[in-house]
Design a protein around this ligand. Structure first.
Ligand SMILES: Nc1ncnc2c1ncn2[C@@H]1O[C@H](COP(=O)(O)OP(=O)(O)OP(=O)(O)O)[C@@H](O)[C@H]1O
Length: 249
């Protein structure tokens, strides 16, 4: 059984289908990247999958007792509040401190528990949000545009961390992105959303799908560039956009 799935889900707002007969599932341990332009329904899809919004038709299923970690697109509290990172992570469930420290370490942010939240850089804040999502030991980690606001090396490093986390913790990852031209090479599947699912498959399959090109045009020469890091041998610690390998050449 999938961890979470939508089956033929349609959701209307103001007479328009925001989600149009969408089917999607996330299985244990896989990385699924959901890409789509602004307004294509990505956040609505995630909220529907989480059970926060009921669909007008279709079925939403989640494995009973599924543990989900959610990294929101934006922080919903004022990051300038005089609060330490550790206290922020203890909200609202008062998790034990050793769980907080483990999560910070896994998110690549050790030794910051006592620092004010306001003192974190954008990339560090993103990792703090990731740490918060990891505390409950999620089976499914959902990240909504986690690299928005990060520069290319920052985004690449964040994606590497997600890949490592999937490997070490075995959690499934649903990654939402509006970056139409660059996705994590480690994605097992890429799903392109534009109200409906217009194509899906491995990154390489989607990159060469006519529906992808028709929707997302010719940025990056029409290719889907992949954040890929090499295992062993030469390694790009700071990948540059021009160094992205492309799926189809
Ligand atoms: N509660 C609502 N009432 C009316 N319209 C809504 C509501 N929720 C979403 N929509 C509309 O549904 C469409 C999809 O919104 P959604 O936020 O899911 O898109 P998105 O792909 O996540 O966009 P972005 O990349 O900008 O975050 C938008 O046109 C939005 O205006």
């Amino acid at each position: 059984m999938s961890l979470a799935a939508l089956e033929d889900v349609t959701l209307r707002r103001n007479g328009e289908a925001v989600l149009d007969a969408v089917s999607l599932s996330v299985d244990a341990g896989e990385i699924v990247t959901l890409v789509g332009p602004n307004g294509s329904g990505k956040t609505t899809l995630v909220r529907t999958l989480l059970g926060a919004v009921p669909p007008d038709s279709g079925r939403v299923t989640r494995r009973p007792g599924l543990r989900v970690g959610y990294v929101p697109q934006r922080l919903s509290i004022d990051p300038t509040l005089p609060m330490t990172v550790g206290r922020f992570l203890r909200l609202p469930n008062r998790h034990p401190w050793d769980a907080i420290h483990t999560a910070l370490e896994d998110a690549g942010l050790p030794d910051v528990a006592d620092r004010p939240l306001a003192a974190l850089s954008g990339g560090q804040l993103q990792r703090a949000l990731l740490a918060r999502a990891l505390i409950g030991d999620p089976e499914l980690l959902i990240l909504d545009e986690p690299t928005a606001g990060l520069d290319q090396p920052g985004a690449a490093a964040f994606y590497r961390r997600i890949e490592t986390l999937r490997d070490s913790r075995g959690c499934a990852v649903l990654l939402v992105s509006h970056d139409l031209h660059v996705v994590m090479a480690a994605s097992d599947r890429v799903i392109c959303l534009n109200g409906h699912v217009c194509c899906e498959g491995t990154p390489a399959v989607v990159a060469s799908a006519p529906a992808y090109r028709a929707l997302f045009g010719d940025g990056t020469g029409g290719a889907l560039a992949l954040y890929r890091h090499e295992h062993g041998g030469h390694r790009h610690e700071h990948p540059h956009p021009h160094h992205h390998e492309t799926a189809n050449g």
